[in-house]
Design a protein around this ligand. Structure first.
Ligand code: ADP
Ligand code: ZN
Ligand code: ZN
Length: 845
């Protein structure tokens, strides 16, 4: 092919990261005419494996001609690097530590709009004003094609322009916001709206008329209260449209949507939806933060001294409701004042809405949001802001004379780690114990908390880990003095910790006091709370109606056709679903094995709890929050809103309800089955169970009143349940860490789990044997397996697990990872086994 060249005269080569799972970057020659343009951090267009073209990223330039044949860079896509040296170092660390390729890290790290794979489809932006004068001839040709065809692929662009190298043209059109990637238009283009309220005219423009409005509500006390609260709040926020968030008003005054609706009818209020930016751009007036409580002031002082004394990471262990966010805020402001960037990580996007508005009140538009619920274009916008390159209006090439503005607090889920920070000074990892920080699939299978600590290290930044239920790893690091440890044992405002009541469900069953899945104690507490106008949360960690359909006659149970798991019955769709692959089928009427009609649904999930609760609390309005309920757009926000505005009285949900939500009117929290939480076949089940119960308990009694938590358990004597009742993290930690030590589990050892996959079980078995042999020769009994995991087949792939458990020794750690690459190579080179897939999971959990 013409792309093979002899070593160019100047002898410059580039290492290019390809968006593929190839183990290493590939070496390409830099052609004479591009020598001046190619730099690390730029995207370039290259061929790989035949004539397929990719947008790759230059990681390094050098003079070492490769031994093998090589190709030449075809074109340069960017004028300015899209990331900096440190970001590349971080990628490299992720690839090394988590045993994956740089290409896989790049795939995870880059926003979609920066990836430009050739099969991606383009569409014309409906927002573009049709003024094409700013376009080059080639750009114009593409827009013309798009106005005729609606969508074309990046490959089509190549055909239209009759040239091979086109990525820089596509990029330019994306930058100018003339075109969009198709997926974006499909899913996410709708603007984000928030519910607001303002005065109707004439009151809005003429405050002298307000007395008249007060007259109108004089007889209605709650309406008067609402009006007064509104006036006070709108003075504080001073939004240019004259309105405030409805949720703010609900918090300030004891009013709900019915009160506002009747005031709207009287012509006093106007209810409307305000469009807001998903990524920040706060428009209200910023206000001073609340004063610190003495506990917060002390904690803050301790954190500062730990940092000053050279501790780079501090663990803030503060009970639920202690007001950790207020402490973070103070540290954020200090970092901003030093001109540094702050990364504030949350385990789940779902949590961010409440937190973001709290932060924005004080930090204003320094707050920048980054997670998967913003659009592709917004993601690139954030990427550029954080990297110090602002696009000016019309999306022209960034003007690099403009000052780098780094006073930013980036609020994000774990993918926020990948942003090209210029001057990171502080990283806050909120709810550091949360399992959502771990990415399970695809590679890199990283832990966001651990990666955050490394990222901070690269930048010389400080890390604050915050949680009410520290992970065993972090707490041990704090105890050993590696991290600073700061505790807040009391809730803000003198609110008591909730009372935790454990109910022996076995006993109630015996005495026939149970009704369906509810103990009499739970039902009584719910009724009491509802009678007082208070709300409740019920936690059941399994979605769907029933997890198993079983035949009473022969024992058959319905299984997924693609996976070795039983299908869950979902009542709302009246079908059976697989929670691993999404497969669905109709509910069997008779047993396919024996023809019997006696089929039984066994076990229970959130749908069933919701359904049956309606029987026992016929007058209550019951809502549900789980993966199924929040699938549609904005459903999550709607449910939270309904709960906040008390249209939902009892909220039933999975893990989603345990996390960080702050509702002031919740007085009862019920854990339907504590046993289920503590029974996972995993060395972390005790830790997870403890965290979940304590976290969900933390939702009870957040303002003005002590809350009550009812924990239903078949085995109330379980040590974890005792420790939860006693609110005794210390006891839990001491016992758990002894067990870890005795059984040689982390943090005393390190684990790597390797999953081998293939569609044919015999190929998999034989391949795994070869793979395991290579490992065993060096690792001996540090290696366990191959064994069939609890779910032995997923999405038609058979699975085998190999677990490596080793001492905490960096040399062995490094050698083991090299060995894994080696075993993969040896197995895949063997005839017939090249298609066995290898997933490596470092620090699984
Ligand atoms: P945590 O995250 O530790 O569980 P939060 O940060 O959610 O606790 O705080 C609990 C509640 O106390 C919130 O409603 C918050 O607004 C309030 N709060 C915390 N600190 C202060 C303060 N210094 N002044 C006023 N309110 C505060
Ligand atoms: Zn049967
Ligand atoms: Zn399945």
């Amino acid at each position: 092919m013409e792309t093979y060249h002899p070593t160019p005269a100047h002898g410059i080569f580039a290492e290019v990261i390809l968006p593929l799972a190839v183990p290493k970057p590939y070496t390409y020659a830099v052609p004479e005419e591009l020598v001046a343009a190619v730099r690390p951090g730029l995207r370039v267009e290259v061929e790989f494996g035949g004539a397929k073209r990719y947008a790759g990223l230059v990681s390094r330039l050098h003079h070492d001609a490769p031994q093998h044949k090589y190709k030449t860079i075809l074109s340069v896509i960017d004028e300015e690097p899209i990331l900096n040296e440190r970001t590349l170092q971080f990628w490299q660390w992720l690839a090394d530590y988590y045993c994956c390729s740089l290409g896989e890290v790049m795939e995870a790290a880059l926003p979609a709009n920066l990836k430009l794979a050739s099969e991606r489809r383009l569409v014309l932006s409906p927002l573009y004003d049709g003024n094409f004068t700013g376009l080059t001839d080639k750009e114009y040709l593409i827009t013309e094609a798009l106005s005729i065809q609606e969508t074309i692929t990046i490959d089509d662009v190549r055909k239209i322009l009759e040239q091979k190298s086109i990525y820089h043209i596509v990029k330019s059109l994306l930058d100018k916001k003339v075109i969009y990637l198709y997926e974006e238009m499909e899913e996410k283009y709708a603007p984000k709206k928030v519910a607001c309220v303002r005065l109707a005219e004439p009151y809005r423009s003429d405050s002298k008329q307000l007395a008249g409005a007060f007259d109108l509500v004089a007889k209605a006390q709650r309406q008067t209260e609402a009006l007064m609260a509104f006036i006070q709040l709108s003075r504080e926020t001073k939004h240019k449209d004259g309105g405030i968030l409805r949720s703010e008003l609900y918090k300030k005054a004891t009013v709900d949507s019915t009160v506002l609706n009747s005031m709207a009818k009287k012509g006093i209020f106007e209810l409307y939806e305000r469009e807001v930016s998903r990524i920040g751009g706060y428009e209200d007036e910023v206000t001073e933060a609340d004063n610190l409580s003495s506990q917060q002031a002390r904690a803050l002082g301790e954190i500062r001294s730990h940092f000053a004394e050279g501790k780079n990471t501090v663990l803030l262990h503060g009970v639920t409701g202690s007001g950790k966010t207020r402490v973070y805020l103070e540290l954020m402001q200090e970092a901003l004042a030093r001109g540094e960037q702050v990364l504030y990580l949350l385990p789940e996007v779902a949590l961010t809405t409440q937190i973001i508005s709290r932060l924005q009140k004080t930090l204003g538009d320094a707050v920048v949001v980054y997670h998967h619920r913003i659009t592709n274009n917004e993601r690139v916008e954030v990427w550029q802001k954080v990297g110090g390159r602002w696009t000016v209006d019309g999306g022209q090439e960034p003007n690099h004379q403009s000052p780098i503005t780094n006073h930013q607090v980036i609020v994000g889920a774990r993918s926020g780690l990948f942003l090209p920070f210029e001057k990171l000074g502080l990283v806050i990892v909120d709810e550091e114990h949360d399992t959502s920080y771990k990415q399970n699939d695809p590679a890199p299978r990283y832990n966001g908390r651990d990666a955050a600590i490394y990222l901070a290290h690269l930048h010389g930044a400080k890390v604050l880990l915050g949680t009410a239920t520290p992970s065993l790893e972090s707490y041990q690091n704090a105890k050993s003095g590696k991290y600073g440890l700061v505790e807040m044992n009391e809730r803000f405002g003198g609110i008591e910790m909730p009372e935790i009541v454990v109910v022996d469900a076995r006993q109630e069953l015996k005495e026939r006091k149970m009704q369906s899945h509810f103990t009499s104690v739970l039902l009584e507490s719910l009724k009491e709370a509802l009678a007082k106008g208070e709300q409740a949360i019920l936690f059941q960690n399994r979605r769907g109606y029933s997890p198993t359909l079983r035949c009473n006659t022969c024992g058959w149970h319905s299984e997924c056709i693609n996976c070795d798991v039983s299908l869950t019955y979902h009542k709302w769709r009246n079908n059976l679903q697989c929670h691993y692959c999404g497969y669905q089928q109709e509910l069997n009427k008779t047993c396919p094995a024996c023809g019997s009609h006696e089929l039984n649904l066994q076990g229970f999930g959130t749908e069933k709890i919701e359904d049956e609760l309606k029987i026992y609390l016929p007058d209550a309005s019951i809502g549900r929050m789980d993966y199924d309920a929040v699938r549609t757009k904005d459903a999550h926000a709607r449910i939270i809103n309904d709960f906040e505005e008390r249209r939902i009285e009892v909220l039933v949900g999975t893990q989603m309800v345990t996390k960080g939500l702050d509702f002031e009117n919740v007085s009862v929290v019920g854990v339907i089955s504590a046993d289920q939480l503590l029974q996972f076949p995993d060395f972390r089940s005790g830790e997870r169970g403890f965290q979940l119960i304590v976290q969900v308990a933390g939702r009870a009694g957040r303002r003005g009143k002590r809350g009550k938590v009812i924990v239903q358990a078949m085995n109330p004597a379980h040590p974890v349940i005792r420790e939860v009742i006693d609110n005794d993290f210390q006891a839990f930690y001491e016992r758990e860490i002894m067990e870890r030590k005795a059984f040689e589990y982390p943090p005393f050892t390190r684990l790597i789990n390797i999953t081998l996959k293939h569609k044919k079980s015999d190929v998999l078995n034989r391949g795994a044997k070869i793979f395991a042999q290579v490992l065993r020769a060096k690792l001996g009994n540090r290696m366990l397996g191959p064994t069939v995991p609890p779910v032995g087949r997923v999405r038609e792939y058979y699975l085998l697990d190999i677990l490596i458990k080793m001492e905490r020794n960096p040399a062995i750690w490094k050698a083991t990872k090299d060995l894994i690459w080696e075993a993969t190579r040896v197995m895949q080179q063997e005839e017939g086994f090249s298609t066995v897939r290898v997933n490596v999971d470092v620090d699984p959990g």
